[in-house]
Design a protein around this ligand. Structure first.
Ligand code: TLP
Length: 343
C-alpha cells in the first residue's frame, strides 16, 4: 500500500524501476532532426501494434488530439464530437483555438453516438453552413466512467464516415484498457479509424507522452504541426524509452486494475448515498453520484483525504481510477474510509 491511496487518475502513476533504468541508458540523438534512435524505435513499434503506416511521439494526449484535428480539417468546417468527450470538454477548446472549426456535440449512450443521428448531422457545405470533415470518438470513455465503445458502433460510424467521405479519429487515450476489457485487439479498433491517439502516461505508467498513429502523409504533416505548436523535442529518447516499456510490458497488467475497480465498485455500491451501478464499471474508472443527507461531495472528498484517500469530482460526480500504484490494500483503505464517513 502506498503512503497515500491516490485514486484521482491513472496519470499519477510513477515510472517503474525498469523504466527509470531505460531512461538512464537510452541512446539519444536530436529527434527534431529525425535521428533519435529510441524515439524512432517507439514510433515504429507503436505503428506496428496499431497496424498503421506511421506514428508520432507527442508530449501529451491533448497535443495528439489537437494535431489530428488540425491535420484532418480546415477552417469553415465542423467536427462531430460526443457531448461528454474529452476533446470537447477538457482540452481547452483547441478545436476552435487551433483548428478553428466548429465542434458539433452529439448525445450518446455511454459514449456510443447513434450512427443515424451522426449521419443526419454530417453537413454538406453551402454558403451558409460548414462542411463536416471529421468525427471523433473516445474509448475507453473517460467521462462515461471508462465505458468501452462497442466495436459495432465504431463500425457503423466508420461506414457513415466512408459514405460521406469524411475522417474518423479515435481518442484512444485508454485504448489498451478498452482492449483488455473487451478482448478485442487494439489493431482491430485502430483499423476502423483513420487516426488514433493513445497515451503512454496513464495506465501504462510512462512519465510523459502519447502517440498519434495514422497514414504516412498524415503523420508527416502532423510532425510539422507538432513543431509549430512547440512540441518538437530534442534528445527525447529518454522519454521514449519508458514508452517502449509501456507497450511491451505494461499493457498486459491492465486487467488487474479493472478487477480492483470492480471490487471497489461492488464494495461501495450499497453504502448510504452512493449512486453507482457496479455492472457499468468495465475498466479502471468509476464515476458515481453522492446523495447523502449529511455529507456533501466536497466534504466527502475532504474526509477521504484525511484518511489518505484521494479522489476527484470533475463534473459533479465523484471519479476514482485504479492503476499500477493502487493495490488491494489501497482499495481496502478506500472502502474503510467510505464506511466511516458515510456511516
Ligand atoms: N485526461 C485526464 C484529465 O481528465 C484531464 C485524466 O486524468 O484522465 N483523452 C482522454 C480520454 C483523456 O482522459 C485525457 C486525459 C486526454 C485525452 C489528454 O491527455 P493529456 O492529459 O496527456 O493531455
Amino acid at each position: 500500500m502506498s503512503e497515500i491511496s491516490d485514486f484521482r487518475s491513472d496519470t499519477v502513476t510513477r515510472p517503474t524501476e525498469s523504466m527509470r533504468r531505460a531512461m538512464a541508458e537510452a541512446v539519444v540523438g536530436d529527434d527534431v532532426l529525425g535521428d533519435d534512435p529510441t524515439t524512432l524505435k517507439l514510433e515504429a513499434l507503436a505503428a506496428d501494434i496499431m497496424g498503421k503506416e506511421a506514428a508520432l511521439f507527442v508530449p501529451s494526449g491533448t497535443m495528439g488530439n489537437a494535431i489530428a484535428a488540425k491535420v484532418w480539417t480546415r477552417e469553415l468546417e465542423e467536427v462531430i464530437v460526443e457531448a461528454r468527450s474529452h476533446i470537447y470538454n477538457m482540452e481547452s477548446t483547441h478545436l476552435t483555438f487551433i483548428s478553428r472549426v466548429t465542434p458539433r456535440p452529439l448525445p450518446s449512450r455511454r459514449g456510443a453516438m447513434d450512427p443515424d443521428e451522426v449521419e443526419t448531422h454530417i453537413r454538406k457545405p453551402s454558403v451558409h453552413v460548414p462542411r463536416t470533415s471529421l468525427i471523433c470518438v473516445e474509448s475507453s470513455h473517460n467521462n462515461w466512467g471508462g465505458a468501452v465503445l462497442p466495436l459495432d458502433n465504431i463500425k457503423a460510424l466508420r461506414a457513415a464516415a466512408d459514405k460521406h467521405g469524411i475522417k474518423l479519429h479515435l481518442d484512444g487515450a485508454r485504448i489498451f484498457n478498452a482492449s483488455a476489457a473487451s478482448g478485442i485487439p487494439v489493431k482491430e479498433y485502430a483499423g476502423l479509424a483513420d487516426s488514433v491517439m493513445f497515451c503512454l502516461s496513464k495506465g501504462l505508467s510512462a512519465p510523459v507522452g502519447s502517440v498519434l498513429v495514422g497514414p504516412r502523409d498524415f503523420i508527416d504533416y502532423g510532425r510539422r504541426v507538432r513543431k509549430a505548436l512547440g512540441g518538437g523535442m530534442r534528445q527525447v529518447g529518454v522519454l521514449a524509452a519508458p514508452g517502449i516499456i509501456s507497450l511491451t510490458e505494461m499493457t498486459r497488467r491492465l486487467g488487474e486494475d479493472h478487477a480492483r475497480a470492480k471490487r471497489l465498485a461492488e464494495a461501495i455500491a450499497g453504502l448510504p448515498g452512493v449512486v453507482l451501478d457496479p455492472a457499468e464499471v468495465e475498466t479502471n474508472i468509476l464515476i458515481f453520484g453522492l446523495s447523502h443527507p449529511r455529507v456533501t461531495i466536497s466534504d466527502f472528498l475532504a474526509e477521504l483525504r484525511k484518511r489518505r484517500v484521494l479522489a476527484l469530482a470533475p463534473f459533479g460526480g465523484i471519479r476514482m481510477v485504479t492503476h499500477k500504484d493502487i493495490d488491494d490494500e489501497d482499495v481496502d483503505r478506500a472502502v474503510a474510509a467510505f464506511k466511516e464517513v458515510l456511516g
